[in-house]
Structures are given as C-alpha cells and as structure tokens.
Design a protein around this ligand. Structure first.
Ligand code: PGA
Length: 232
C-alpha cells in the first residue's frame, strides 16, 4: 500500500522541514510513504528524510535533460538532488497549464527512462462523468502510457479533487478495475481522501493506495491516513 502526499503550492522550505521532522517520529512500518513538496522544498525534504523509508517526489518533471525550457526541471536535476520520483499529469496541470495526454506521455517516459518512480494521474471531469464518458476518457488518458515497474497510476476524478466530494468506494473500485484492464500497474485513488474515508477506499481490491492533497498538509491527518493504509 502506497500513500503519497501531494502538497501542491503549499509549504516552503521552513514548513517542509517542520513537517518532515514530525513525520520521522511517526510509526509508519507497513506502508510506503511518499511526500511531494514544491520544487524549492525538495532539497530540505530529501535531507531531513534521509535514512528513513519515506521517499520524496516532485510534482512535475520535464522530458528533456536540459535546454531552453524556462520554468521546467529535468529528471536528471531531480536525481542529483536525491529525489526518488515525480507526479506527472496531475489534473491541475492539465486544467491550468496546458498539459495534454501527449506531454504527460513524454514526461512519464523520460522520467522512467532516467530511473525515477512516476505517479501518473488520470481521471474524468464532473461533466464527463455526467455524460457517461468516464471509461472513454480513462481509455484515452491511459492509452499513451506503458506499464513499467516504476510506474503507478493515480485515478483522480477531477470533480472529487479539493471539493470534499469523494468518489464512493464502489465508484473508485469500478474505475480502478477498468484501468487495470488497460494497464497492469498499481492504481492509487485520489480526490478528497480524508482519515474518515481512507479505510473504506483503501480496502477496495483494486485500490493500491492513495494520492492525498489537502489532508496531506497536516501531520495528524496525513499520518492517520497512513495508519489506515497499514490496517487495510
Ligand atoms: P485532495 O487532492 O485530496 O485535496 O482532493 C488530491 C490531489 O489533487 O492529488
């Protein structure tokens, strides 16, 4: 079971340090834990979590090793810092920063090639679900990805992200089972996962863990979700 905390554009280096020192004190045996701070906070997270089993991943990664790509960061640069992996294709990047299936594929491929662990995000919008296009959207988003030992997917229905509207465990299970017919990699669930909802979601047969946004920002709620993963 894998629990990843996506901190989005929260926590600079000082808050990251405080969180990581607290996280070190938690009893987390029996669950794989990853934190995904903003680029500027990666170094301090790597430093303070060194010697623990907790991994540090970035929230994005570019497909070129270097070049004229203002504002981007390469897999090699992340590796030099000791970063373990990266999230790719988060819906906020697709919605606000022009990320497409094609760029998601390029980022994923290059990161895997460089030896990073990748969490690639897929998921339908509320309108797409209403139009009963969920499977079509997932099929399109997954079709550009290839199975890899270092790849996991995160099913994050866009309508459930940051809204407090979690997919029901049955909805999550159905989507995960469908994704698993398309690609043979573990699938995390993401979208308003909270300590209260975690156990039931994580006990679904095709849910391999969670990608947690809001509830990963507080040590208490994040570690409660990690403990729910240990129990399930
Ligand atoms: P949320 O975010 O848990 O705040 O809904 C999840 C995500 O965006 O990865």
């Amino acid at each position: 079971m894998l629990i990843a905390g996506n901190w989005k554009m929260y926590k600079g280096p000082a808050e990251t340090a405080e969180f990581c020192l607290g996280l070190r004190e938690q009893e987390l045996e029996g669950v794989d834990v990853v934190v995904c701070p903003a680029f500027v906070s990666l170094a301090v997270a790597v430093q303070l979590l060194a010697g623990t089993e907790i991994a540090v991943a970035a929230q994005n990664v570019h497909w070129e090793q270097e070049g004229a790509y203002t504002g981007e960061v390469s897999a090699e640069m992340l590796q030099e810092l000791g970063v373990y992996g990266a999230i790719v294709g988060h819906s906020e990047r697709r919605q606000h920063f022009g990320e497409t299936d094609e760029t998601v594929a390029r980022r994923t491929e290059a990161a895997l090639e460089a030896g990073l662990f990748v969490i690639a995000c897929v998921g339908e919008t509320g309108e797409e679900r209403e139009r009963e296009e969920t499977e079509e959207v997932l099929r399109r988003q997954v079709s550009v990805l290839e199975g890899d030992d270092n790849l996991v997917l995160a099913y994050e229905p866009v309508w459930a992200i940051g809204t407090g509207k979690t997919a029901t465990p049955d909805m999550a299970q159905a989507a995960h089972a469908f994704i698993k017919t398309l690609i043979d990699v573990p699938v995390l669930y993401g979208g308003s996962v909270k300590p209260d909802s975690a156990s039931e979601l994580l006990s679904q047969p095709d849910v391999a863990g969670a990608l947690v946004g809001g509830a990963s920002l507080e040590l208490e709620s994040f570690s409660a979700i990690c403990r729910a993963a240990i129990r399930s």
